[in-house]
Design a protein around this ligand. Structure first.
Ligand SMILES: *Cc1c(COP(=O)(O)O)cnc(C)c1O
Length: 314
């Protein structure tokens, strides 16, 4: 009887957090109850930064790397939520543990917040605000397509926002360019979009970095991109596999002449791109080199060397 009751409690708890959990003001709450003020500068000015760390099979992947990047982003924007790195890790762990998610997309966010002095237009007056939320693991490309290779369109209607206007190294919510590009791609039945910079160099897509393989060499754009943790992981994997790598500019015309294309993201790992514009890559499938890197990525996701296990309460 007692056991039954416990089972019911556990079922009710997991139901409560079925769509996600959030950490706000010291408390873990169901994601549907999480909200920020309508006049928070994060919302009205996109004056906000965030990071996303994946949880796989009950453990964080490379969490120290994600925390490093989050703290660098906050520093670059002069955001200080008055929370230590240890406290943030503790908060993320507690939230995921209560949510019960074994595979999760875990977001940490710091917003400019609201001015302490009513009506102030001075960013130094704001009380910066940290919050966090987690949902079931997100695949940037649908899992069935992730295996066979997605299609991507290089947008014509929009360019990536210049990196001397919005620094792409700071993970940000300035997605206006990606959204215009996504409409263009989706309207032509492509799964996703790739943006170029003002000079026609390939940059990145909505939430992912881009790689190409040409004559056995792995190439990834040097500038105008976020320093993806998955990108870093791919470069380390390539080194281990003895694959030559080049970090440099790639023009759109060069990308279309390469042998294999793939993207990297914490939302799905290493994902083959079988078609860019009208060009078909590796016979419209996942290329051989991409497959090897993809397999290694998932081995690393499960490897104790890169993991921080979570003790679950639910
Ligand atoms: C998050 C993100 C990426 C991928 O970074 P990961 O750390 O690999 O998840 C790439 N580009 C942009 C614009 C992003 O927001």
């Amino acid at each position: 009887m007692v056991i039954q009751q416990n089972e019911m409690e556990v079922a009710a708890l997991s139901d409560k957090y079925a769509s996600g959990a959030a950490w706000m003001n010291g408390e873990v709450i169901p994601i549907g109850e999480a909200s920020i003020p309508v006049n928070d500068w994060g919302l009205i000015h996109s004056d906000i930064t965030y990071d996303v760390v994946p949880v796989w099979n009950g453990g964080f992947f490379r969490i120290q790397d994600y925390l490093d990047r989050f703290f660098e982003s906050m520093k670059a924007l002069r955001l200080d939520p008055k929370m230590t790195r240890g406290k943030i890790q503790e908060v993320l762990t507690e939230m995921v543990s209560i949510s019960g998610f074994r595979n999760s997309y875990v977001s940490m966010v710091c917003s400019r917040g609201l001015p302490r002095v009513s009506g102030s237009r001075d960013p130094r007056d704001c009380a910066n605000y940290f919050y966090s939320w987690c949902v079931p693991y997100i695949h940037v490309i649908k899992p069935d397509i992730e295996v066979i290779g997605a299609s991507a369109l290089i947008a014509e209607s929009v360019k990536r926002i210049p990196d001397n206007s919005i620094n792409p190294i700071v993970k940000n919510y300035h997605w206006g360019d990606f959204t215009v590009g996504l409409f263009e791609a989706k309207d032509s039945s492509y799964e996703t979009v790739i943006l170029t910079d003002q000079d026609g160099n390939i940059t990145e897509g909505p939430g992912f970095n881009i790689f190409a393989i040409r004559n056995g060499t792995l190439i990834t754009p040097k500038s105008g991109v976020l320093s993806g943790i998955s990108r870093k992981t791919v470069l380390e994997i390539a080194e281990g596999l003895g694959i030559r790598t080049e970090i440099r500019n790639i023009k759109k015309t060069e990308l279309l002449r390469t042998d294999e294309v793939f993207i990297s993201t914490s939302g799905g790992g290493v994902i083959p791109i079988a078609k860019v514009n009208e060009q078909i890559f590796s016979d419209g499938q996942c290329g051989a080199v991409t497959l090897e890197i993809r397999k290694t990525y998932w081995t690393w996701m499960n490897s104790p060397a890169y993991r921080t296990e979570i003790f679950y309460k639910n």
